[in-house]
Design a protein around this ligand. Structure first.
Ligand code: PAF
Length: 279
């Protein structure tokens, strides 16, 4: 496995593969890899001749008071995970390599990004779309792999790839959970012992929503209210949002129909966690 820190070197390596007629999968990450990321790399390795993992904490997707500086980083560990999962190349650029000091071009989206996480993180998806577009141009993969845990991000990237004619298949992969149900996230490392326990309220609330939908409840407001009630039983939890939306358009649903997604964001102490499930 190789590690490239520049755009030029990454392009050179991928071009060599292309000359040999090899297919390429891209797994974009911000590093501090866990088993959720690993599952994306393993899947990509099964479906492509070569896999590139980008490992870059993207500054443009963090708001001013967010955790850019404290976001966990461990390149040595990431390299071991990538190697084991079957990656051929890690692209690990510096912020200066990715953004000129006078960078002023951004990819923005007019719908899909306003609700859910976009409400509390109004510039987040502009940063995500911009960096993912850059990665798509740098690596030019056949397929790119994203986790369903960031359901809004996945819908946004699918839409961006469609609207901007990226000739790349966007592959959504299932959420990977800890044995007790907590969705894997690099931000779980912020939780202390009590908070880690309290964080189970997210998957428990979603399970409550799923149960109701399975039992035939169609009224989205009722399911939403039951999930909120469940979250409020946990003293360390503070709701950011509980929504039932269409999984493709991210528009709010009154009735559970089509591809309904229950999506939640909850602060556990100072840590904001997200989770979701298709109902
Ligand atoms: O999901 C993430 O880790 C990031 O948002 C992504 C897609 C790598 C862009 O920085």
């Amino acid at each position: 496995m190789q590690i490239a820190e520049t755009i030029e070197e990454t392009r050179r390596i991928v071009k060599e593969w292309r000359k040999e007629g090899l297919s390429v999968g891209l797994v974009p990450t911000m590093g501090y890899l866990h088993d959720g990321h690993k599952s994306l790399i393993v899947r990509a390795a099964g479906e492509n001749d070569r896999v590139v993992v980008s490992d870059f904490v993207n500054p443009t997707q963090f708001g001013v008071n967010e955790d850019l500086d404290s976001y966990p980083r461990d390149m040595e560990r990431d390299a071991a995970v990538c190697e084991e999962a079957g990656a051929a190349l890690i692209f690990h650029p510096s912020p200066e390599e990715m953004y000129f000091p006078d960078h002023c071009t951004f990819v923005d989206m007019e719908s899909l990004t306003k609700g859910l996480c976009g409400k509390t993180r109004p510039t987040h998806f502009r940063g995500v779309c911009t960096v993912v577009s850059k990665l798509f141009h740098i690596v030019a993969p056949d397929r790119a792999y994203f986790g369903q845990k960031d359901a809004q991000q996945l819908a946004v990237i699918r839409r961006m790839a469609r609207d901007l004619d990226f000739d790349i298949e966007i592959v959504g992969c299932p959420i990977v959970r800890e044995a007790d149900g907590l969705a894997m996230s690099s931000r779980n490392t912020y939780l202390d012992g009590k908070e880690r326990q309290a964080a189970l309220i997210l998957s428990q609330a979603l399970a409550r929503g799923e149960e109701m939908a399975k039992a035939g409840e169609k009224d989205a407001a009722k399911i939403k209210a039951a999930m909120e009630e469940k979250i409020r039983t946990e003293p360390l939890a503070k709701i950011d949002y509980v929504e039932i939306v269409d999984a493709d358009t991210m528009e709010s649903l009154d009735t559970v129909a089509g591809r309904p997604l229950a999506a939640i964001a909850v602060y556990i102490g100072k840590t904001r966690l997200i989770d979701n499930t298709l109902l």
